[in-house]
Design a protein around this ligand. Sequence first.
Ligand SMILES: [Zn+2]
Length: 440
Amino acid sequence: MIESLLIDPQLEIKKQETAVGFISHTYQPPREVLIDLSFLGIEHQVKISVAPEFNQRITEQVYKPLFGLGEDENLSPFPPGWVFSCFASLRSYFKLHQPQLWQTFKNRLSITSDKEYTILADPWLHVILPLLPSDDQAMLIELGKQAFKDDFGFDSAGFWLPETAVSFETLALLVQEGYEFVVLRDDQLKLFGEKSRNPNFAQIGELKVLIGNKSLGKAISFNPETTTNADRFAQELANSDNPYRIGISDTEFYGHHGPGRDQFLLRALKTSFKDQQLNLLNVRYGLMAELTQAEVNDGTSWSCDHQLGRWTGKCNCGNNGPPSEAIINERNRLYLGLTANNHEINELLDEKCFGWRNHFIKLILPLRDLILSGQDFVRPFWKNGLASGLDEQQLLLLLAKLETLIGFTSCGWFFGEVNSPEVAIPQSMLDGSTDLLKTK
Ligand SMILES: [Zn+2]
């Protein structure tokens, strides 16, 4: 209490003009899903298993060192200067398979000051929101918000868009849902009007933006030299005139893609930045400043800025060079197939199931950890659905809706090989929802 009285807010806001820090996105796809209706006498089984052993490996490399107790074995708040997501599908994995880590993570978050500005909320499924109909986006954002609150007991002020994929419409929906800020990369924005002195924040209408720096993010993720020594990294930032000092990357870089870089991140935040007397990112203070007005580049993301063509089969984005024509055609087929099913399901539900979006949220929310972890959730789904007055046909359509939405998981298009395991997600879910639509 006494300490907070000594802080001069104006000074803290001013310090943010030169702040350094990290934004990191923490995520694993739903690696196992099982939808089996044989208990109803209906022959319908959708089963995916996408290298589930990966979660355990990355937990040891990344999540335990960063979110667990670490070396000192004492419960400590998360270090200032770091803003991160912990996506819903990964939280479900933690709850079921890493309960101790999950408890530690939540305990650490609860003692972190400005926790609402430290961890970012999400839309429950890692889908490219702008490619979905507006009502579907709104439903997922609402579901994500309720899931987050249920997991942590508070609402986040900020939101992580999967792949930072953005449109005017999506941003308007975030405002409607009460979010104060969203994370975007600097190349996704046009700044206009008088530039504020603060390069790390901007404002788009009512929504504020925490801006990650593309070149620093790329250097962190793809140039190993950048992150070999945290003290040197901090020194170079201190000696640089460049005011853009917020690196943005996947959290999995720190220890998985970049072995040992978990220690780089912790050293930088706890020691190196302070030694160089650098100002650490504090989003709450940063957002209090008068911010530069900006406009978003509609239809961009951090991994494809061709109107999101990576997920529709309309561009050449790939991880290891341009993908083959066969892969691009397959991306297009999956996108068009899921989109057609989704459209048909929405029309049928609009016709046959009044208030279906609220039913969907209510049915999914309590079962979400089972759904995203390969457990049998359909029995309780069915029981709860019947208890809330829904009939068999409505429940089958709601399951088909769930399948198409899981099918849109962005990783299914991402890795650029027809046989990469994540492709099973859109493929299986497209087949599954097509099958369920036959029962209508
Ligand atoms: Zn692209």
